[in-house]
Ligand binder design. Sequence first.
Ligand SMILES: C[S@@+](CC[C@H](N)C(=O)[O-])C[C@H]1O[C@@H](n2cnc3c(N)ncnc32)[C@H](O)[C@@H]1O
Length: 220
Amino acid sequence: MTDLPTGRSDLPEIETPPAGTEAYFGAAFPVAQRYAEHLATTGIEWGLIGPREVDRLWTRHILNCAVVAEFIGDDDVIGDVGSGAGLPGIPIALLRPEAKIVLIEPMERRVEWLTMVVEDLGLKNVRIVRARVEELVDEEMFTVITARAVKAMTTLIEWTRDVISPGGRILALKGASVEGELVKAKKLLKRYRLSAPKIYVVDAGGILEVPSRVVEIVKK
Ligand SMILES: C[S@@+](CC[C@H](N)C(=O)[O-])C[C@H]1O[C@@H](n2cnc3c(N)ncnc32)[C@H](O)[C@@H]1O
């Protein structure tokens, strides 16, 4: 790791990680801290994350996304669609060093930032692909598609159904409006032989006051 960004004297005051976060990340905690510092400095300066998010960087972003790792196995190949600042792909990569993570992001500047951060964090299990996910049909296959704040479930299904291997899954982080999205997706699920969605409410072993909501859809 280089001296950036921890060597910066203008590091903003980042939310203190809630009790239990260090144990949750285990050996990867120092790297998770450094990721938080990247988000709070160049992440904001490059426009990948809003300045107000610094106060809730751990709860609302890093931990909120890290819970997806609870659904991931060592053999999984994950396509993180619309990765942006590496969410949820980077927290998953920290917690599942054996799994392979592909951060899929079309915007050049975001890809540049991700490249810098992934290299600095020394994440050997992460690859970055500059593309729209629907352009990757016939090029890439994933056992898991992850996504947060990208598109409604119907669009996500249309974009990703042909890059998910049989038996593979979509794991989408969703807000409270997910039920409505899933009603609209019902026909598509049937058409493309996808399972009925399961919604998991996950709190990172009691760490998160506001739990994350993970929607799982399986390709039959
Ligand atoms: C609102 S951001 C969410 C970023 C991140 N997932 C998060 O939760 O902070 C949506 C991202 O999806 C990307 N995106 C838009 N269309 C896409 C597509 N067709 N395939 C892959 N990514 C796409 C955008 O460039 C943007 O970075």
